[in-house]
Design a protein around this ligand. Sequence first.
Ligand code: PEP
Ligand code: MN
Length: 306
Amino acid sequence: MSVSGREVEKKKRTLTPINMAMETGTCNHLINVGFQVPEKVSRKPGQNATIVHVGQVEIGGSQIAVIAGPCAVESREQLFETAGSVNDGGAQILRGGAFKPRSSPYKFQGMGEDGLKLLREVKNITGLPFVTEVMDTRQVELVAEYADMIQIGSRNMQNYPLLKEAGNSRKPILLKRGMMATIEEFLLAAEYILNQGNDQVVLCERGIRTFETSTRNTLDLSAVPMLKSLTHLPVIIDPSHGTGLRWMVPPMAKAAVAVGADGLIIEVHYKPDEALCDGYQSLDLPQFNQLMTDLEKVAQAIGRSI
Ligand code: PEP
Ligand code: MN
């Protein structure tokens, strides 16, 4: 085929209106996703991946970023013991919810600003930057004063005013996939944040609702190569909420790295059986350390580090 013939062919492909086919920068293959990838999140041919900076940590480069810590900040002792250990084990970012979206209004709702203060205190000791969740536009200013990264949880992925407000904060955003959201809806939610002029967005697959009941959610690992083909944004996996089962976290974390995830967010607790939130899916301290050792081998096998 002549050069111009090839260009015409290429144009035809890229202009297919509904079944948009796109060539990815890295693999140069064609994928047909059946929807238009939103403009700002879409990965143009040859475009570099976006690196998201959280303190000194980079998410989206060759090193896999591990975020670890308790589901919720519960006390000084709980946070300090857990953070110290995950830091020693090699986690680069601390997690911990101060405002918790609980299914039951009668369960622990988080420590609020006191939790943010503890996170800041432990950061000053360990050097670990931290990510914590916002649930409400009215919390964004406060949380942004403390946090290095703002988490928008699964239940709020389609809370558009919150996406805009968080985007406006200029903080890096950890956007979790809605439990009922398609990849298209997930990317559209991220587009809201990018539309505020903030491209520091990390996408997090955390399991979706299916007919399966043996696990808390169904961890959609196929979302990783799909998202990485469609968007320049980094993609991480949450095997804790993705499975809801402590023993399944290590194998799914390893699989996530093998499939190309740029990072992991893992719930870890110094006494998981006494946790006020999500203890049944939290690793204890030795389990997390062991997992980090094992992940190193998987990372190496695919030419990455951790
Ligand atoms: C969490 O990270 O603790 C959390 C509530 O996650 P998700 O929004 O994915 O349920
Ligand atoms: Mn949790």
